[in-house]
Design a protein around this ligand. Structure first.
Ligand code: ADP
Length: 945
């Protein structure tokens, strides 16, 4: 039996040749088509149900050749005559009604003179074959897709997916094709990749989120989406397919439906009836299965990469002990500078610092043997590890059990933390040391229900106060506060809680019972809600400082009392003479209260001259020589004049600038007055002493006048009187009258009291005044006065009459010495020499005689008051003493020495600086008086002769 017959037999469910009952001649077969052919293949007769389906019905008149009945392409099979077809299976397509084609298979056998052709419908058979072919194609494509997806590199994966979609779409003419995957993170569906034929509308795009739309589809098999559905759950799905025919194929794995292959504009039944649901699902799974696996692989790969870079960044890595080896993360292999990625346990341990190695070894052993979890900080071993050690935290544990037991762990680089911790520890230790050795205690008081409980004290508490934390409960602390300071202490706590910080000073008792002054500074720390948590504070032992301050206060008080009660005037003033402070005695002199003194200018009681001199003196103060004393004179309210001995002390800043003057003064007016009195009496005494000399001084002009008058009278008695002669004599008399008047005038001036204030003057004036009083007297006694001219003029400060008095004293003393010497020796020729010399700062007036000098043993005593060698009633012993005081008061010095011939006195006076001199005195200076001898002497002598 050939294959055709077998098939036929199968279709008939019986043997092909068995019992084909042909009626005469054809009978009426139950199925198929029987054709009675003549020898040439003309159709004589038709029978069987299929004959009604043929388009071409057999005519009754004459037989048509068989090829007229079949479609053109089938004519090839029936070329020639039926006898040639014998034994062949003939597949013939007959045109049916409409567009239908009848696929029939048959064979011929002789029947009488003609042939019987029996034909069967084989459309089913063909369909099945086609389907099977399609399935094969489908499976081949699926296999290819899987293969491609599995084998391609991860980077090419998206392209490959696209290509495979395109292949499917093109193979089955699907306009829009998309693969959607379940996006687990977004909990929805996403178009992973789509393909669209160039003439198809856009339905989807890559990466499009579809939400949960697809959840409503039944995932057990492919789903048709059609406009007929119109049911609610599918309306959104329909919309997704553009409301046209669509087809969705699910793919499930252990998690359920995880992918859909979506075919848009694709009425699958109409387009492709050859693929079964299984085929579609196979296709979908060929695409989605490997793709999902590769995507998972990609995800895994990325995760691994992230882990690796994270480990490198963190300086960490995993390790696992496998047998005798250790598997390490690549980052660790690099960090530990290992040669092999899987070192032996010993090689690994060699990288650990010897100080930590044995401990790690033992802990690893415990992990291996007893599964004891391991946590350890170790240093890496390197030659310069002592400088900058690399610290690792090593942790490990056993997971799983039995065969699956694994020893895994990680190493984490904690060098930064460790080093910082060590630095912090060192700093902490230093701080602790510092606090412990300082006179300060740091404390913490915890806030609890409105009260502050001591919670911490730095170690310095013990050395400072001898207490421990245990001694410092809140109540114990209060008890240790000095009873007088307790109220203050409570206020301190209240203030701290109220204001957030406080600064107080109170006494605390130490363990020995002594009290310490503590400066307490505290701050309240609050939490995020602003509620107090604790107070942090500092006790500073300020006992010494407090005691010193107290001593200073007491001494200041004593000083204040001293200043207040002192009979001396005490004040402080600025360089511009404005008072900043003055005590009661000063205020009394100035007729005000001490409060009114600050702001008052000291210069307002001085004359311009006095004030200038005062300021001049202050300007000479320096940090090296800050003190200056002088007698100043003031015009005080309600008083004529006051003399104060005044001591100034300058206070300087660090740049040497005078910032303040402190002064102490004493009223010297009375002393001054008596001194003046004394000077005056001495002056009067001098005048008295000079009486003889003065008489001579007056007598001289009187004598001249008398002689002139005698001479005139003599001429008158002779009658020999000429007007010229008379005029001459009268002029002479007039000159003598004037001379006498000058002497008397000067005596009056000399006898007067001195001026109140010192004035600048030329010392030559004093010499001139002296000579006007003494000149005649000296000559009368036969004393030679030698007065030297000087070529300079200077100014000194003082009283011209007083200097005159000094000069008179010196010359009178010299005269006395000279006269007593001549008494002994009549040939002795006495002289007094007066001369002057100057240097930059001072002028010296010398008075020298040839009286034999002073006994050297008495030289030191002659300036003492009441010292005299003269007989009682003659000498007063005051002359030199008063003279000494006068010169000293002028800022000068009176001294004595013995020369070859006699005594030599020197009056040394400071020269007043030019810029200190008033303008009129300078003008006076322009007409120098010089030192000169009396001009009238020669005239007098001339009259005598
Ligand atoms: P008095 O002239 O009243 O004695 P002084 O004080 O003027 O008082 O003089 C004191 C003494 O100094 C005199 O007694 C005398 O002994 C001595 N003396 C002063 N000047 C001279 C002098 N030029 N030569 C010798 N002795 C002198």
């Amino acid at each position: 039996m050939n294959s055709g017959e077998k098939l036929f037999a199968r279709l008939l469910n019986r043997a092909p040749t068995a019992a084909i009952d042909l009626p005469d001649p054809l009978g009426s077969p139950p199925f198929g088509l029987h054709l009675h052919l003549d020898a040439n293949g003309g159709v004589l007769q038709m029978a069987g149900p299929l004959r009604h389906l043929l388009a071409q019905q057999s005519p009754h008149d004459q037989p048509l050749p068989l090829h007229r009945y079949v479609q053109p392409h089938s004519t090839l099979a029936i070329e020639g005559r039926p006898v040639e077809w014998l034994g062949q299976s003939l597949d013939l397509d007959f045109p049916g009604h409409g567009d239908q084609t009848l696929h029939l298979r048959g064979w011929v056998q002789p029947l009488g003179t003609g042939w019987l052709m029996q034909l069967m419908d084989i459309a089913d058979l063909l369909l099945e074959r086609q389907q099977s072919r399609s399935r094969d194609t489908c499976q081949a494509l699926a296999a290819q897709i899987s293969e491609q997806l599995r084998a391609c590199s991860l980077t090419r994966l998206p392209v490959i997916v696209g290509e495979q979609l395109q292949a499917i779409a093109q193979r089955w003419h699907i306009p829009c094709l998309a693969l959607t995957l379940l996006d687990e993170q977004a909990q929805g569906w996403q178009i992973h990749r789509q393909f669209r034929a160039h003439d198809a509308p856009t339905l989807w795009h890559d990466g499009q989120q579809l939400g949960t739309t697809l959840d409503s589809l039944n995932g057990t098999g492919p789903q048709h989406v059609s406009t007929h559905h119109g049911l609610d759950p599918h309306s959104r799905v329909q919309a997704m397919f553009g409301n046209v025919e669509g087809f969705a194929v699910p793919y499930s794995d252990d998690r359920g439906v995880v992918a859909w292959l979506l075919c848009g504009f694709y009425p699958v039944d109409a387009s492709e009836s050859n693929l079964s649901d299984r085929d579609w699902m196979g296709l979908c799974s060929a695409l989605a299965g490997p793709l999902l696996a590769r995507l998972r692989e990609l995800q895994h790969h990325q995760q691994l990469e992230r882990m690796e870079s994270l480990q490198t960044l963190l300086g960490t890595g995993w390790w696992e002990i496998v047998g005798d080896d250790v598997h390490l993360a690549p980052s660790l292999v690099i960090a530990l500078q290992l040669d092999a990625p899987r070192p032996s346990l010993d090689q690994w341990l060699e990288q650990i610092h010897p100080a930590d190695r044995e401990e790690l070894r033992s802990r690893l052993h415990a992990l291996q043997q007893q599964s004891e979890a391991l946590t350890l900080c170790v240093r890496l071993y390197s030659p310069d590890a002592w400088k900058n050690p690399l610290w690792y935290r090593l942790q490990g544990l056993a997971i799983g059990s039995g065969e699956n037991r694994r020893l895994v762990g990680f190493m984490l680089d904690i060098s930064d933390i460790k080093n910082q911790q060590q630095i912090a520890d060192a700093a902490h230790a230093r701080l602790d040391n510092l606090i412990a050795s300082s006179p300060a205690v740091i404390y913490v008081q915890r806030y609890a229900e409105g009260a502050l409980q001591p919670a911490f004290f730095s170690a310095s508490l013990q050395p400072l106060l001898g207490w421990n934390l245990a001694d410092c409960t809140a109540t114990a602390l209060v008890e240790r506060v000095h009873p007088e300071d307790r109220e203050l202490y409570f206020e301190r706590t209240r203030h701290l809680l109220r204001e957030g910080s406080v600064r107080a000073r109170y006494r605390l008792r130490d363990s020995r019972g002594d009290y310490h002054w503590l400066l307490d500074e505290a701050k309240l720390l609050r939490d995020d809600l602003g509620l107090p948590v604790e107070a942090v504070g500092l006790w500073l032992d300020v006992t010494e400082a407090t005691l010193v301050a107290e001593q200073v206060r007491q001494s200041e008080e004593r000083y204040r009392i001293l200043v207040e009660d002192s009979p001396a005037m005490i004040c402080r003033y600025c360089p511009d003479l404005t008072l900043t402070f003055g005590n009661r005695p000063l205020a009394m002199y100035l007729e005000c209260t001490p409060d009114e003194l600050p702001g008052v200018n000291l210069g307002s009681w001085m004359s311009d001259e006095q004030r200038d001199a005062f300021v001049q003196r202050l300007n000479l103060l320096t940090p090296e020589q800050p003190v200056s004393t002088a007698e100043i004179s003031l015009q005080l309210p309600g008083r004529e004049h006051a003399w104060w001995v005044w001591s100034d002390r300058g206070v300087f800043d660090e740049r040497g600038q005078l910032i303040e003057v402190q002064a102490v003064g004493r009223d010297n007016t009375e002393v001054r007055r008596s001194q003046q009195q004394l000077t005056q009496s001495a002056k009067m005494a001098t005048l008295g002493e000079m009486a003889t000399g003065l008489a001579h001084e007056i007598n001289q002009p009187l004598n001249v006048m008398r002689m002139a008058i005698v001479n005139v009278l003599k001429r008158l008695s002779n009658g020999d009187v000429q007007i010229d002669y008379l005029q001459d004599k009268l002029n002479r008399i007039d000159a003598q009258v004037q001379r006498a008047a000058r002497v008397v005038d000067h005596m009056r001036v000399f006898g007067r009291r001195s001026e109140i204030e010192q004035q600048p003057f030329n010392p030559a004036d004093a010499i001139e005044g002296t000579l006007s009083l003494l000149n005649e007297g000296m000559r009368g006694k036969g004393v030679d006065l030698r007065i030297s001219e000087t070529g300079f003029t200077v100014q000194v400060r003082g009283y011209v009459d007083q200097l005159e008095q000094v000069l008179i004293n010196l010359m009178v003393n010299a005269r006395d010495a000279l006269l007593s010497k001549r008494e002994a020796d009549s040939t002795f020729r006495p002289w007094i020499s007066v001369y002057a010399e100057r240097d930059k700062h001072s002028v010296r007036l010398w008075v020298e005689d040839n009286g034999g000098g002073i006994d050297p043993r008495l030289l030191e005593r002659i300036f003492e008051p009441f010292f005299t060698t003269k007989p009682v009633g003659v000498g007063t012993g005051l002359g030199l003493s008063v003279s000494y005081g006068i010169v000293e008061n002028m800022g000068g010095r009176l001294s004595v020495s013995n020369s070859v011939d006699g005594a030599r006195f020197c009056i040394e006076l400071p020269i007043v600086l030019d810029d200190e001199m008033p303008d009129d005195s300078v003008a006076r200076e322009l007409a120098p008086a010089g030192l000169r001898s009396g001009p009238e002497i020669d005239n007098a002598n001339a009259e005598k002769s």
